[in-house]
Design a protein around this ligand. Sequence first.
Ligand code: FAD
Length: 492
Amino acid sequence: MGLRTGKQYIESLRDGRHVYLEGHKVKDVTVDPRLGLTAQTVGELYDMQHDPEFRDLLTMDGPDGERMPVACMQPRTIADLARRRQAMKVWSDATCGLFGRTPDFMNVGIATLASAASVFDNSASGRALSSNVLAYYNRLCREDITMTHIQVNPAVDRSRQVFQQAKDIALKIVKETDAGFYVNGMRLVGTLAQFANDIVVMPSVVVNNDDKAGDYAFAFVTPVAADGVRIISRPSVVPQNPGHFLDHPLSLQYDEGDAVIVFENVFVPWENTFIFRDPSMCNAVYKQTFLAENYSHQTMTRALAKAEFMAGLACKMAAATKVDVFPNVQSQLAELLIHVETQRALLMQSEQLAVPTGFGTVAPSKMALQAAQLHFYERYAGMIDCVRTIGAGNLIGVPSYAELSGEIGPLVKEYMGTATLEADERIQLTRLAADASFSAFSGRQALYERYYQGDPVRKTCSYFFDYPKQELTSRIDRVLEKQRNKARQLGG
Ligand SMILES: Cc1cc2nc3c(=O)[nH]c(=O)nc-3n(C[C@H](O)[C@H](O)[C@H](O)COP(=O)(O)OP(=O)(O)OC[C@H]3O[C@@H](n4cnc5c(N)ncnc54)[C@H](O)[C@@H]3O)c2cc1C
């Protein structure tokens, strides 16, 4: 099939999937008023792969000579990492960094697993599953599939292990046959699930290395439209009666959706299975395959685009009413610009400090990328606050864009201009800033940045454990020794 067009992508979503939203089954996600514009956004990203302006940035020759997304590459050099970042930045910029799971995120994930496929042959279960990972990767390169991924078990009682829950509702293996196995239960959070073709069920976080955890320890892929798959969406953040598209441009286009996914006795054939009944592999696979750092290469490229968008927005809002002549506003804007440069520096640094993986590929520096990520969610909350502070009452002091062509249009045109902007420009900019800073959409964005890649509290602890601290502490040893020597020389 090769690279898909937006039209082919949209068509692929009309597959009889079971998506539930606000109490009803969605008939067709591509035209539903709460979902349709997001499907269109993803379709536009796929169309960019065919656009002469972006084609060579976004796509490359695949293993069989056909073009494939650059995000599917398995980077072998620092230059490859830079090329991948440039490609990912194109889609991130196209969506202002506000679309967390553009399809390149999972492209990077599957390419990474495939580059380290031999890991999947070392299973305690005795099954050699690397060929399944490789086959899926090859299919991805050929068919340009859109994926969502789910790795979190339901929150019932977080103080106990998954196999000790008062309600046994987490996704688990319930039956095994010659052809495969059946799973039943729930996983979350599937961002983009409503708009994906396949669900990649990744190893759940924190599985105990215990035989009893075996039923819950797996990784596999299944079509969204497979029998028994139910996508249960969170309520939409898309306003249902928008006065005008330009009143809520971000909410309307970039609500990528989040869902819990219930599997009712879903059959998984062996060929779609990456890990089976193997808690120790589930725990080790992220580290052994360098998945976390490759995921973060995509997410921090996106974060840079988002930081640039928010900083640009704040500067433009400040210039609109010339509050940027005041030192307090200048210092707030400078803080945003410093965030942009810090994100950029850490992202570049991650490529320069890339390490060989032992699989013939290189991985960007985990420490640089995780530092960027662990700072970003707080910085992002600050960026939203900055737009609100600079926008202040202006954010609610403009009417709907629709008023410009309504019966009081001439009045609105007369009263809504600023020193630098005509009324229409001011309303459009201000509504964009409002959507980015105090809409339901912006609230979900802040939550996303905090949690999309795991709990920051535990991730910060992991950072402490993983950091090569020995290099730093041995330096202190040398300083102490030097000072002891000096003290001896001074007769102490
Ligand atoms: C908008 C959004 C999109 C997401 N998209 C995806 C996605 O596409 N795919 C996916 O797989 N996941 C996704 N996630 C889920 C994300 O991975 C989880 O939210 C994250 O791992 C945290 O788990 P939890 O939400 O179940 O929180 P919990 O684990 O229930 O934690 C709740 C709170 O309790 C604390 N806590 C819990 N357990 C411990 C412990 N053992 N020690 C110390 N503190 C603890 C945490 O610090 C946290 O503050 C998404 C989340 C959000 C909010």
